[in-house]
Design a binder for this molecule. Structure first.
Ligand SMILES: Cc1cc2nc3c(=O)[nH]c(=O)nc-3n(C[C@H](O)[C@H](O)[C@H](O)COP(=O)(O)O)c2cc1C
Length: 198
C-alpha cells in the first residue's frame, strides 16, 4: 500500500488550477492503487512559519545537539519531515508567483530541509540525501505560457529538482503544467490529457 502526500499551496481554494491539476494526479494514482492512503496538507489553511533568528540555529543543529527547547521549536519541522518520510509519492501543487513557487511552499521547504535529517555527508565529504526512492509529481499553474525558448525563465521546475535532489536525495521528479490560465479555462478532460502519461 502506497502513501501519497498531497501538498496544496495556492490560496485560491478549489478555484485554483494547481489544486485541480494536483488533485487530478492524486485521483489517477488512486485509480491504479485504490488502497493507497492520502495525507493532504493545505499550506494556505495552516501556514508554515517563516524561519527566524530563533529557529535557524535549531534547524542547523544535528540531532545529537537537540535539547528540550529544540524539540519544542522543531515541532512543525518534524511534522513536515515525517509527512515526507512516510510518503512514497509526494504530489505538490504550486501556482507560479513571480516566476517562482508560492510563498507557503517555500516556507514548507525551508522547514523540511535539515542537516542530519534530510541529508548528511559521507566520509569523502559528499552530501547524501536521506529520503531517496520517493517520487515527486509537481503540478504548476501559470497565468502565462512560456515559449520553449524561454523555459530557462521557469525557475519552479529547476528549483524543485535542485532542492530535492541536493538536500533530500529525491531524483524521480516529474512536472505537469496548466499554462495560460489567464486566458483559458480547463475542463476535467484537459487535466486528464495533461497527465495522460503519468
Ligand atoms: C502574485 C502573483 C504573481 C504571479 N506571477 C506570475 C508569473 O510570474 N508568471 C505567470 O505566468 N503568471 C503569474 N501569475 C498568475 C498565476 O500564475 C495564475 O493565476 C495561476 O493560475 C495561479 O495558480 P492557481 O490557479 O493554482 O492559484 C501570478 C499571480 C499572482 C497572484
Amino acid at each position: 500500500m502506497k502513501n501519497i502526500l498531497h501538498i496544496i499551496s495556492s490560496a485560491r481554494g478549489q478555484e485554483s488550477y494547481s489544486y485541480r491539476l494536483s488533485t487530478a494526479i492524486v485521483e489517477k494514482l488512486m485509480d491504479t492503487d485504490p488502497n493507497a492512503s492520502i495525507t493532504k496538507r493545505n499550506l494556505t489553511k495552516e501556514f508554515p512559519p517563516f524561519i527566524d533568528e530563533i529557529l535557524i540555529p535549531e534547524l542547523y543543529k544535528t540531532p545529537k545537539d537537540y535539547n528540550e527547547e529544540s524539540k519544542r521549536l522543531l515541532k512543525y519541522s518534524d511534522v513536515i519531515f515525517n509527512d515526507v518520510k512516510n510518503a512514497d509519492i509526494i504530489v505538490i501543487g504550486t501556482p507560479m508567483h513571480n516566476f517562482s513557487i508560492s510563498a507557503p511552499l517555500k516556507a514548507w521547504i525551508d522547514l523540511l530541509i535539515r542537516p542530519g535529517i534530510t541529508y548528511n555527508f559521507d566520509n569523502t565529504g559528499a552530501r547524501v540525501g536521506l529520503l531517496q526512492d520517493k517520487k515527486v509529481y509537481l503540478a504548476i499553474a501559470s497565468g502565462g505560457k512560456l515559449p520553449d525558448t524561454m523555459r530557462e525563465n521557469d525557475y519552479i521546475e529547476s528549483y524543485i529538482k535542485t532542492v530535492f535532489q541536493a538536500y533530500t536525495g529525491i531524483t524521480d521528479i516529474r512536472t505537469f503544467r496548466v499554462e495560460g490560465t489567464i486566458e483559458n479555462n480547463y475542463s476535467t478532460d484537459d487535466y486528464k490529457k495533461i497527465i495522460q502519461n503519468l
